[in-house]
Design a protein around this ligand. Structure first.
Ligand SMILES: Nc1ncnc2c1ncn2[C@@H]1O[C@H](COP(=O)(O)OP(=O)(O)OP(=O)(O)O)[C@@H](O)[C@H]1O
Ligand SMILES: [Mg+2]
Length: 220
């Protein structure tokens, strides 16, 4: 069983949006998936409660329960836990990082987000964990050209010492619409660019999290 922690010390960066979309994508790929919501705001729980039908199993817990939840999930034969974390306090994010096999650091292409993610990247490194930065809410391309804010962010993040995912998420309404129904963008608008972004991101993250061998076994 593997654990993915979604981290950003900046509020509103997109932790919950990413956690919910990735947990549902993992579930739909046939993995027994738990979404652990350790944010007292309970946004991920609100999203999953709005969902009709089957989906990831929800664990509404505080950070102090992460370790015992992992033990229980392992013995219940779960494959993946996705942890949605709060922006603060720092101790809670550190607990999630400690429990994680892979940390996804969510970052909007803004100066303050980047400064914050650099600090989180340091924490992930200090704790000896694998991590990856994912740009979220990037403005769309204009006439095929990448907006300056995105180019600047990519340049600045090169100095974070943590790899930047080759696939990011643009600011798109479908992320807001789908989560209100507890659905991933891939379920809500399967042919949308947002769905393609999430599918490509999961294709990138799954081998980092699970290892190729696990994926082959699950794929049968
Ligand atoms: N790629 C996106 N495109 C459009 N809207 C987005 C995108 N990602 C997130 N949002 C919106 O931005 C807001 C904040 O997102 P979200 O709640 O996922 O952030 P968060 O990091 O979990 O926030 P918090 O720190 O409060 O937990 C929400 O209204 C969400 O719908
Ligand atoms: Mg959140």
């Amino acid at each position: 069983m593997k654990t993915l922690a979604v981290i950003s010390r900046k509020g509103g960066a997109g932790k919950t949006t990413l956690s919910v979309n990735l947990a549902i994508t993992a579930h739909l790929s046939g993995l027994r998936t738990m979404l652990a919501d350790i944010d007292p705001q309970r946004s991920a729980s609100d999203a999953l409660r709005a969902r009709a039908g089957d989906g990831p199993v929800l664990a509404e817990i505080n950070a102090g329960k992460l370790f015992s939840t992992q033990v229980q999930a392992k013995s219940a034969d779960f494959d993946v836990i996705v942890i949605d974390t709060p922006a603060s306090p720092e101790a809670e994010a550190l607990q999630a990082i400690n429990c994680a096999d892979l940390c996804v650091l969510v970052c909007r292409p803004t100066f303050l987000d980047i400064a914050s993610v650099v600090r989180s990247a340091e924490a992930v490194r200090r704790l000896g964990k694998k991590g990856l930065i994912v740009l979220n809410q990037a403005p769309p391309r204009r006439n095929g050209a990448e907006p300056p804010a995105v180019l600047k962010a990519v340049e600045a993040l090169r100095f974070s010492g943590m790899p930047l995912a080759g696939v990011g998420l643009r600011a798109r309404n479908v992320f807001q619409q789908s989560i209100a129904h507890g659905r991933s963008v891939c379920e809500w608008e399967p042919k949308s660019p947002a769905a393609e972004e999430i599918s490509r991101l999961w294709t990138l993250l799954a081998p980092m999290l699970l290892g190729q061998e696990d994926i082959r076994v699950r794929a049968g």
